[in-house]
Design a protein around this ligand. Structure first.
Ligand SMILES: Cc1cc2nc3c(=O)[nH]c(=O)nc-3n(C[C@H](O)[C@H](O)[C@H](O)COP(=O)(O)O)c2cc1C
Length: 203
């Protein structure tokens, strides 16, 4: 599929809004994703009101998010029989991947965003009930930006083994969740936001 190779995260868009038909196509493609036990327990919140976007920005989100952008918040039910594998989160992620591939197919740029205000605040802003988990946000827009070829960080041999796990020379980076949690707590303060911006993509 050419969309797999062409899709890249684009964070700057032209000042042109997406029409409802396109938003619908992207969401319906998300709905076609595989979901654990075929539950299809997703919900989508189309965000196009600047008041809501302002609240996202004020409460600490990815710094490229601006007013007049189109975005879709993806929720998935917390209900799962398979807590250990968090299959509800996996289902929600599959939904988002379908959506961004469909956007690519429609020549619309996108970015998957999890750098969002704390879930408690998100629930308040968007009136999300407790029984839905917030999976991620997809920003969408038109762009001429060509990000260039994607460079893979690891070779095939470094990440693939047969029949059992094999240690390789490079270890996968481990993040320090406590630093991110602290950042999220204080990111409403301008000077913390400024520092955080420099490290944002690492999150
Ligand atoms: C689960 C997830 C969360 C992400 N969150 C953010 C985010 O909060 N802000 C952002 O700018 N990009 C975010 N991204 C996009 C990644 O930074 C991007 O996919 C990565 O740098 C690789 O670039 P590419 O998408 O162009 O291949 C996220 C991607 C995933 C899969």
């Amino acid at each position: 599929m050419k969309e797999i190779n062409e899709r890249r995260s684009i964070r700057e868009y032209k000042d042109i809004r997406l029409n409802d038909e396109i938003i619908k196509k992207i969401i319906v493609s998300g709905m076609m994703a595989p979901t654990a036990c075929n539950m299809q327990n997703y919900k989508f919140i189309v965000i196009n009101d600047n008041n809501k976007i302002k609240q996202l920005i004020e409460n600490g989100t990815a710094s490229f998010i601006k007013e007049n952008m189109d975005m879709i918040l993806v929720l998935y039910s917390k209900k799962t029989n398979n807590v250990e594998y968090k299959d509800n989160i996996q289902s929600g992620a599959a939904v988002i991947e379908n959506m961004i591939l469909e956007a690519t197919n429609l020549e619309i740029s996108s970015c998957w965003v999890c750098n969002l205000p704390r879930k408690k605040i998100m629930r308040k802003i968007f009136s999300i009930p407790k029984y839905y988990d917030i999976i991620g946000l997809v920003t969408l827009g038109y762009s001429d930006k060509l990000p260039g070829n994607k460079k893979l960080k690891y070779s095939f041999e470094e990440v693939v083994s047969y029949n059992e796990y094999k240690e390789t020379s490079k270890n996968i980076d481990r993040t320090i969740p406590i630093i991110y949690s602290l950042y999220k707590c204080f990111s409403k303060y301008k000077f913390i936001k400024k520092i955080g911006k420099r490290f944002e993509k690492k999150f």
